[in-house]
Design a protein around this ligand. Structure first.
Ligand code: CP
Length: 308
């Protein structure tokens, strides 16, 4: 947890102070400008990546970040099948063992709360790389960085969070981070079945963040600086019919771009399925590939902060 400007475990967005966020974003700017200046910072250190759920960006950007800082990596994909979890080992026992081998553990797990459980028994820092429908704080850090990098500010931002908000750990973590800033306005655009959960709305109320809900994306588009699109997460639905009823409910395409403000941006944590048409990619307002690239730099800054 954050202690002043120190950082050990990274479990949830609420633990970051605004000062620590700004320090990390400024550091990320430095790294992005001159990444080679930071090579060798983590010489001799070892990162373990334990991924119980699939990943492309988070896993590989953490690995790339560690390697570019001079550290080394080890780990397991599909840990539910390829680690001793398949033999019945508890998460806690796995973490006790791996924390004896590595200097830091990056954990993605299918159960909400898993990262907190891991941190409770780990002798080395644990970074939550997504815990089921819970949180994904490092994604939120790269999202926050991208907003500042693209728009030049975070205070005053108007953002529409769109799609599967009930199961979307990225939007949950980003809402917590945005609540540290001033004059933020959030519009949750989702069907009622996957509306943003009450815990986030209550947190925003406590922090005097303005939020509204809508099901009408077209009406919201001209009013916001950021469209944060998300995937309807098939893997979080208990039956196929419920997923199919929502699949494709909000799609960003050329007609969406025409209704957006000229200086607004489209973000997406990725992967996308069909919720952003490929024709959008060529528009300069499509920020999602730049956003994914920023994941490398923010994770370099984070690993440096925790380990250096
Ligand atoms: N945004 C994100 O978490 O992507 P991956 O699932 O590919 O890591």
């Amino acid at each position: 947890m954050a202690i002043g400007s120190r950082l050990r475990h990274v479990i949830e967005s609420q633990q970051f102070s605004r000062a620590l966020l700004e320090e990390l974003l400024d550091r990320t700017d430095e790294i992005k400008r001159q990444p080679h200046h930071f090579s060798g910072r983590l010489n001799g250190q070892v990162m373990a990546a334990l991924f119980y759920e699939p990943s492309t960006r988070t896993r590989l950007s953490f690995e790339a970040a560690m390697l570019r800082l001079g550290g080394r990596t080890m780990g397991t994909d599909n840990a539910r099948e390829f680690s001793s979890a398949a033999k019945g080992e508890t998460l806690e026992d796995t973490i006790r063992i791996v924390s004896g081998y590595a200097d830091l553990i990056v954990l993605r797990h299918n159960e909400e709360g898993a990262a907190r459980r891991a941190a409770a028994v780990s002798s080395v820092p644990v970074i939550n790389a997504g815990d089921g429908p819970g949180q994904h704080p490092t994604q939120a850090l790269l999202d926050l960085y991208t907003i500042r990098d693209e728009l030049g500010h975070i205070d005053g931002v108007r953002i529409a969070m769109v799609g599967d908000l009930a199961n979307g750990r990225t939007v949950r973590s980003l809402a917590y981070l945005l609540s540290k800033f001033r004059d933020i306005r959030i519009c949750f655009v989702a069907p009622p079945q996957v509306a943003m959960r009450d815990d986030i709305k209550e947190h925003l109320d406590e922090h005097h963040v303005q939020w509204v809900e809508s099901q009408d994306l077209d009406a919201v588009l001209p009013q916001v600086d950021v469209i944060y699109q998300t995937r309807i997460q098939k893997e979080r639905f208990s039956d196929e019919a419920s997923y199919l009823a929502l699949k494709g409910v909000y799609r960003i395409d050329a007609s969406t771009l025409a209704r957006m403000r000229k200086e607004a941006i489209v973000m997406h944590p990725l992967p996308r399925v069909d919720e952003i048409a490929p024709e959008v990619d060529a528009d300069p307002r499509a920020a999602y590939f730049r956003q994914a690239r920023n994941g490398l730099y923010i994770r370099m800054a984070l690993l440096d902060k925790v380990l250096a």
